[in-house]
Design a protein around this ligand. Structure first.
Ligand SMILES: [Zn+2]
Length: 155
């Protein structure tokens, strides 16, 4: 397989979506990246291994930094950072095991109906699946966590 003299393949993937995720990761780290042989695999993905998979390529000069980012990804550094950020934002809600309003421990989280409707609408018109926010609600008194937070701020 011939390569452009400016680009070097730093990883090969059996499926294009994994390749796209890591291309996006490299670009988020300001490393230009592109995929090669992607469309051949999309045409006949069952043959991906026989066709050589999808190549993730970066400029020759950026290969050391790109390999470093991929290594951090494989070690789980990005997953750990995402988990820490998620915990920082939603941790208090997830850890609330009792309703501060009535003291009940019967708390449930569920998808909101308007959220599900908008998700269906987005799916039908754009063909994209969007994750929906969860509503955390006390089953005993019916207060949602947002209402409880507002109650706490009033007192
Ligand atoms: Zn309650």
């Amino acid at each position: 397989m011939t390569q452009s003299k400016d680009l070097i393949t730093i990883a090969t993937f059996l499926n294009p979506w994994d390749a796209h995720i890591l291309r996006g990761l490299l670009e988020s780290e300001d490393i230009p990246a592109c995929l090669a042989s992607e469309h051949v695999v999309w045409l006949n993905w069952q043959w991906s291994m026989a066709l050589g998979g999808v190549d993730l390529r970066v400029p020759y000069a950026a290969q050391d930094r790109a390999k470093e980012v991929l290594e951090q990804y494989m070690q789980g550094d990005y997953a750990a950072a995402l988990q820490a950020a998620t915990d920082a934002e939603f941790g208090a809600a997830e850890q609330a095991d009792a309703c501060p309003h009535c003291g009940s421990r019967d708390i449930s989280s569920s998808n909101t109906n308007p959220g599900m409707l908008s998700a269906l609408g987005i799916y039908f018109f754009l063909g994209v699946i969007v994750p929906q926010p969860k509503a955390i609600k006390c089953r005993a008194c019916g207060h949602s966590l947002k209402e409880l937070a507002e109650d706490a701020s009033k007192s």
